[in-house]
Design a protein around this ligand. Structure first.
Ligand code: CO
Length: 296
């Protein structure tokens, strides 16, 4: 994609940062150490996003056991592996090796049981897992899954020198690997050179955040250091976000249209009501979750 074919957005009233969030160190799966950047208490504020985990370690003890068989129902998981290799297998018969900049987009829908296991015994493992909610009417749809190798992801460089990977949504006229009509997610990985500025148009009502994973950026006059999430304000009239880096930096920009539906979560099940959660637990217990594909 050459600069000539890009359409730079004009952002007149950029968003400011509402607050900075450090995330919580935790462990999940079979003891994988990670930072939960988007925690449960932010689900309403950052609707339609339910969770963002950042994992990164060069100590195999922190990641080697991975995430053995576990279920999901009612939402989508997007795993972006910056470094390292993770093997994925699920009850719908899918299997894929996620590595070095690849993305796995999985729509759990009415249910999958899957495992996510590191395929390396040394070296750095780094990546992110984002949970994107599904509207109530789609929660019991059939599961869907796709792996994107790094080279398959839409990518461009702005005239200002910002490298952009468009995992979801649209940026500068470039369509992302995945688009979703209801939640309209935007998921960009931005690589800044020193002094570069990046602008993205965003509807004021869409919830949005920036997570910096290298260096430091400035958003609306607020410095955002590495390992911090900047939650962007939804002021009426704002038409986008402008991000500047005073030195080399890498950041994720994530935004989406809120569903404004009730959120009922119990671990890996996210539905609208308590009754639907009980149903999910019963279906899982009775072997009915993800059954039609792998127990046939
Ligand atoms: Co999972």
């Amino acid at each position: 994609m050459t600069a000539a074919t890009l359409t730079a957005p004009s952002v007149q009233q950029p968003r400011r940062v509402e607050r900075l969030i450090a995330g919580q160190p935790t462990s999940d799966g079979a003891g994988v150490k990670l930072t939960r950047v988007l925690t449960q208490d932010l689900q309403r504020r950052l609707d339609p996003f339910l969770m963002l985990d950042a994992f990164g370690s060069d100590n195999p003890d922190d990641y080697i056991a991975g995430f053995p068989d576990h279920p999901h129902r009612g939402f989508e998981t997007i795993t972006y592996m910056i470094a390292g290799r993770m093997l994925h297998r699920d009850s719908a018969g899918h299997e894929g090796l996620l590595e070095n900049g690849g993305v796995q987009w999985m729509t759990a829908g009415k249910g999958v049981i899957h495992s996510e296991i590191p395929q390396q015994e040394a070296g750095v493992m780094e990546g992110f897992q984002l949970w994107l909610n599904l509207p109530g009417r789609d929660k019991m749809n059939a599961p869907w899954y796709r792996d994107f190798k790094n080279a398959e992801l839409p990518r461009f460089t702005t005239p200002e020198g910002v490298g952009v990977t468009v995992i979801a949504g649209e940026s500068h006229g470039v369509a992302g690997a995945v688009t979703r009509e209801t939640t309209a997610p935007v998921y960009l990985d931005l690589h800044f050179q020193t002094g570069a500025t990046f602008a993205q148009a965003l509807p004021a009502t869409h919830n949005a955040f920036v997570y910096v994973y290298r260096g430091e950026v400035t958003v609306g006059g607020q410095r955002v250091p590495a390992q911090r999430m900047a939650l962007l304000a939804n002021e009426p009239g704002s038409d986008g976000v402008v991000i500047t880096a005073s030195a080399d930096a890498k950041a994720l920009l994530i935004a989406g249209r809120p569903l404004n539906e009730p959120i009922a979560q119990y671990g890996p099940f996210v539905m609208n009501t308590k009754e639907e959660i009980y149903q999910a637990l019963n279906d899982f217990r009775d072997g009915r979750l993800g059954e039609e594909s792998h127990r046939a």
